[in-house]
Write a protein that binds this ligand. Structure first.
Ligand code: SF4
Length: 258
């Protein structure tokens, strides 16, 4: 649905997202509110056709109340950049908004979110997607893919493939200039999967038939928190695969708006 006044639409989207964020800050819908320092809402370009969804905030994100600001977040920015996507041009968010943690001795460490926590937190990611209405959703890791693509997502088999996701398109009047290769808008996979992924560089974009013009397409790639734990050649390969998957998103976006 396009509008005669895209600026008014943009303002409305921004206001809806701001209201959602303000509401979310006080969320106590699961036990994680008791141990968090901050609820970590999404950030970035609320008008972007691309939303990147990760798993959950870690220690740095919890402290700074911003997603993807720790080591793995910096790697994410770097890999997005290598694909030609500026971090600030997309909307970055997580399935879970408060840090899931466990105690190891006196140390607080990250843990994967539980199914109960994911269910409780679903309203925030669902509403974010409903407000932004992206054309492309990039899921980082299996937890995000399970939530935004389908249950029991298999990273080994399904990473880098396109899936039709529910959700209407953003109005084309809000598209950034130069969508495509020139975007300038205003539970992590297990260790044994590493040797199984396809590291072929720059794969051709698989292109399922477009169901309708309001479809959102979703693709999954590795979570940078997993990638950063690799070393040597494995680290290199996983980074290259992730960059290629991000490039596929740009190819798909260009296809959708050609
Ligand atoms: S994880 Fe989500 S549902 Fe749980 S308290 Fe935080 S914001 Fe609320």
């Amino acid at each position: 649905m396009s509008s005669a006044n895209p600026q008014a639409d943009a303002q409305q989207i921004l206001e809806r997202m701001t209201r959602l964020r303000d509401e979310g800050i006080a969320c106590q819908a699961c036990e994680l509110y008791k141990t968090r320092s901050n609820m970590v809402f999404g950030e970035g370009n609320v008008l972007s056709p691309i939303v990147v969804v990760g798993e959950a905030p870690g220690e740095d994100e919890d402290r700074e109340a911003r997603p993807f600001v720790g080591r793995s977040g910096k790697l994410l920015s770097q890999l997005l950049g290598a694909a030609g996507i500026r971090r600030e041009d997309v909307w970055l968010t997580n399935v879970i908004k408060s840090r899931p943690l466990k105690m190891e001795g006196n140390r607080k460490t990250n843990r994967p979110p539980t199914a109960v926590e994911i269910r409780a937190c679903n309203r925030w990611i669902s509403t974010e997607l409903d407000i932004i209405r992206p054309r492309i959703i990039i899921a980082l890791g299996a937890t995000a893919a399970n939530q935004v693509i389908h249950r029991d997502f298999k990273m080994t088999m399904e990473r880098g493939q396109w899936f039709l996701a529910a959700g209407p398109a953003i109005p084309t009047t809000m598209l950034p200039a130069g969508t495509g290769s020139d975007l300038k808008a205003g539970s992590v996979a297990s260790e044994n999967q590493l040797s199984m992924f396809d590291a072929t560089p720059a794969p051709a974009a698989p292109t399922p038939p477009v169901a309708n013009e309001s479809a959102a397409w979703a693709i999954a790639t590795f979570h940078p928190a997993y990638t950063i734990r690799q070393e040597g050649a494995a680290l290199e390969r996983m980074q290259q695969v992730t960059v290629n998957d991000f490039k596929l998103a740009l190819v798909k976006l260009a296809e959708l708006y050609k």
